[in-house]
Design a binder for this molecule. Structure first.
Ligand code: GLY
Ligand code: MN
Ligand code: MN
Length: 423
């Protein structure tokens, strides 16, 4: 409210239910901005922040209680719940939005809202603002500006509070258990979806959802960055890449581990794996306060390119191969992203022309990889080897803390874990 200012107002809509098939909706996920500000988990809601000298008001529009509808579709907080359990100063029925909201906007010079995210909401805002001005004969017009709320809100979301960090620790803990279970369950001849089931079992058991569709790709599929079909049979001798993270109370974790389907790394698999592991360790060391956003990526690229030359996969001087981007044939994505309520979380990576400096409270992933597909100039022992190692890193005053550190990364430790069967 302080950032919006006493002549401003902020309007934040909830997510909406989306139909999946006749009479069935997709499972509901609250809009991250709305969840961040309100903690309110129902659809058909809208929050209004009305700053003023006295500390301002938080107004929540939501569905009213309805005995009949609640029998069919579940409980609602209702207007009294909005006040009592969600600490709204005032609550109104969402069906009265068109009538009440224009009055709340009246006289406000700056109207912040999530601009450009949903065309129909953009149109509604303009309509409400027009209505708020009244008829031209009775009103003296003030200058009104429509502003994007993202600029203010997403910078707040980038710095995690102590409470947010503890929710993210819990998401990480559940994801670690899921990856361990998957490693122990994996056997040649299983389908990728059977391994996915082991992950989802641990998520659900802990009251979590998947923060994004699980990526479970064996052999060739390990080289498809966002592979989610998960329906092939896992071959003896193939690598399996699992990128999966639990979401706990809206907060994501995002972990990737890669391991041999049969539980034993071949010589080539181990060499490629150890290179990615070395790149990740070097990148994590760079994710500390005072370094900029791109330092971990630059470090990962350096280690990987040098290693690709040693493995015979690239020829030439590493510095030149980096300058000319040759490494991108095998490492074509960036080394990480912000992590929070969204798996690819909000927050700017640059300020003007400069990379953003890392500061305590920021949460990011560090996830270098190598994706080696079949090619004439590549030794056969490396074909269809996709490797990514991804962990979740909190920048701290002292340096950083890897929230997902308890999940095995070393090749020997992975082999030992896979030797202890889960079933
Ligand atoms: N799971 C998506 C990513 O790692 O960015
Ligand atoms: Mn990621
Ligand atoms: Mn991931």
């Amino acid at each position: 409210m302080r950032m919006v200012g006493s002549k401003g107002v902020a309007v934040i809509p909830s997510a909406e239910l989306v139909p999946r098939s006749r009479d069935v909706d997709y499972s509901f996920r609250q809009d991250s901005d709305f969840l961040y500000l309100t903690g309110f988990e129902e659809p058909d809601a809208l929050a209004v922040l009305l700053p003023d000298q006295a500390g301002g008001q938080y107004i929540l529009f939501c569905r009213e209680r309805d005995a009949e509808k609640e029998i069919w579709n579940g409980r609602r907080a209702g207007l009294s719940g909005a006040r009592k359990d969600y600490f709204a100063d005032k609550a109104y029925a969402i069906r009265k939005l068109d009538e009440i909201l224009p009055k709340l906007l009246s006289g406000r010079e700056r109207i912040f809202y999530p601009m450009g995210r949903d065309a129909s909401f953009d149109r509604k805002i303009i309509r409400w603002v027009n209505q708020s001005r009244g008829s031209s004969r009775t009103t003296s017009h003030i200058q009104q500006e429509l502003l994007s709320l993202d600029y203010l809100l997403h910078d707040m979301r980038l710095y995690k509070s102590r409470n947010e960090v503890s929710l993210m620790r819990q998401a990480a803990k559940v994801s670690i258990a899921a990856h361990k279970r998957a490693m122990r369950a994996c056997k040649p001849g299983m389908h990728e979806y059977e391994v996915e089931a082991e992950l989802l079992y641990e998520f659900k058991k802990a009251g979590c959802a998947a923060a994004y569709p699980c990526i479970v790709g064996g052999g060739k599929n390990s080289c498809i960055l966002h592979y989610t079909e998960n329906k092939q049979v896992l071959g003896d001798g193939d690598m399996l890449l699992i990128d999966a993270g639990a979401e706990y109370q809206g907060y994501a974790s995002d972990i990737t581990r890669t391991f041999p389907v049969n539980g034993i790394f071949s010589k080539a698999q181990r060499e490629a794996y150890e290179l990615v592991l070395e790149a990740q360790a070097a990148a994590i060391k760079k994710a500390i306060p005072g370094n900029h956003w791109n330092d971990p990526h630059n470090e990962a690229v350096k280690v990987l390119t040098k290693g690709l030359v040693s493995l015979g996969l690239l020829q030439g001087r590493p510095a030149k191969l980096i300058r000319e981007g040759e490494y991108r044939r095998f490492f074509m994505h960036r080394t990480g992203h912000w992590l929070g309520l969204d798996v690819h979380d909000v927050g700017d990576y640059r300020i003007g022309d400069e990379w953003r400096l890392l500061e305590p409270g920021m949460m990011l992933t560090v996830e270098p990889g190598l994706y080696i597909t079949k090619a004439k100039d590549v030794a056969k022992c490396f074909w269809d080897t996709g490797i990514r190692i991804e962990d979740d890193v909190l920048v701290t005053n002292e340096g950083n803390k890897v929230l997902t550190d308890a999940l095995t990364r070393g090749p020997d430790e992975i082999e030992a874990l896979m030797a202890s069967s889960v079933h």
